[in-house]
Design a protein around this ligand. Sequence first.
Ligand code: BGC
Length: 497
Amino acid sequence: MGKVAVAFAAAAAVIVSCSVAAVMVGRRVKSRRKWRGVVEILKELEEACDTPVGRLRQVVDAVAVEMHAGLASEGGSKLKMLLTFVHHLPIGTEKGTYYALHLGGTYFRILRVLLGGERSYLDVQDVERHPIPSHLMNSTSEVLFNFLAFSLERFIEKEGNGSSSSQRELAFTFSFPVKHSSISSGALIKWTKGFEISEMVGKDVAECLQGALNRRSLDMHVAALVNDTVGALSLGYYHDPDTVVAVVFGTGSNACYLERTDAIIKSQGLLTTSGSMVVNMEWGNFWSSHLPRTSYDIDLDAESSNPNDMGFEKMIGGLYLGDIVRRVILRMSQVSDIFGTTLSMLSEPYVLRTNSVSAMHEDDTPELQEVARILKDLGVSDVPLKVRKLVVKICDVVTRRAGRLAAAGIAGILKKIGRDGSGGITSVRSRSETQMQKRTVVAVEGGLYMNYTMFREYMEEALVEILGEEVSQYVVVKAMEDGSSIGSALLVASLQS
Ligand code: BGC
C-alpha cells in the first residue's frame, strides 16, 4: 500500500472512531435526558401526592364537616351517612348456630358460627372463601343470586347429617351501599368496585337472595342485611365494647360508627327505639379540595365504570392502587425506553394488581428479584436495578398517600364523635376531660390492611402524627380477620336473643 493509501486509511479510521464516539456520546446524552424526564415524572408525582400533617388535618376537618352535613339532610353531602337500623351490637351472651354469606369486592365467603353464650365460646367453622367469578360482576341479578344460593346449598350439603333440622338463620354481608328500610331489608343504591348490574339498582337485596334461596328450596332465612363495615364493628364490639368505629380497607373502602340517634337529624321521629344507631358512612364517596389529586387519579376516574363517583375510594382502595402505579410506569415508558422498547401489557387497565404492588414495595432481596419477576410478567424484561428501584419508589409514593389519607379519614370520625382530643366540632359535652380520654377502639378489616404491611404502617404512623402521642394512647386500632362475615353472623344472633 502506498503512503497516500495508508494516510487515507488512517484518516478513515480516525473519522469512523470519531463518529462512533460521537454516536455513543449522543446516545448517552439522549439517554441521560430521557432519564431526567423519568426523574421529573417521579418528582411531580411525589409533589402531587404530598400529605404533610397540615394537609391531613384539613382533610380531617372536611370529613367531620361532611359527616355533619350528611346527617343533617338527605343528599346534604357526598357522604351518604346511611341508616343501618342496627341499634344494638352483640355483647357476648348470644347462643346458637348462625350463618353468614359475604359478597365482597373480590371474594365471597360463607361461614358458620357456633355461639355458646359466653364471649370465649365463639367457634367459627368451615370458612369458605372463593374469588367472585368475574363474569358475574356484569351479569344479571338473577344469575348473581342464583350463583350465591347454589354456593350456599353446596356449603349446607357438606354439613352432612348432623346439621340442624330447623330453619337456618343467615346474615347477608353485602359490601355495597344500601338504603335500608329495616335491618333485614334495603335497596341497592349503586354498584361500586367494578360491579355493573344496572337492573339491580333500586331492588331489595335481601329479597333477591331470599327469592333465590326459596327457588332452590333451601330452608334459610335472610335475617339481616349487613354492610361489611357493620359486620366488622359487630365483631369488634363483641370482643371489646369500647369499639365504636369500624373501617374496611379492601378492594374498596368504607367506615361505619356508632352515632347518637339525636345527631341523625335527617331521620328524627323515625328512630325511637334506642339512644344510638350504627351509621354506614360510605366514605368511599367522600370528596374535598384538600385531597391531593394527580393527573393519574383524574384519568383513572374518567376511564372507570363509575366516573365522578367514589373519589376517596379511588385513592385508597385496593382495586385502584395498582392501577395508579401502572399509570405512572406507563407514562414513564412513554418518555423513555427504560422499560424496554417491546410492547408490554402496561397499557392494559388493572393489569397490575395491588397485591403485586405490595410484593414489589416489600421486596427485600438485594437485586429486587420480585420486582423483576412482576415486571417480566407484564412483558417488561431485563430492567436494570436502578429502574427496579424507581418502581419501588412509585409504589411507596402511592401507598404512602393512601395510608395517610386513610388515617385522616379515621381521625375525621374521631373528631366528629369527640374522641380526637379536640372536643369535636359541635358537642360541648364532649369537651370534658373524661370524654377526651375515653379509650376508643377502631376495628379494621380488609385485605389491603391485613396483607400490605407498608400501607398499615403508613396509616398507623399518620394517625399518631395527626392525633399526637397523648391522645393516640387512647385510640386502639384492632385488626378483625374475617370480621365482616363473622360479625354479621353475631349480629343476627343478637337479634334472636
Ligand atoms: C362500598 C361499601 C363497602 C366498601 C368496602 C365500597 O365500594 O360502597 O359499601 O363497605 O366498598 O367493601
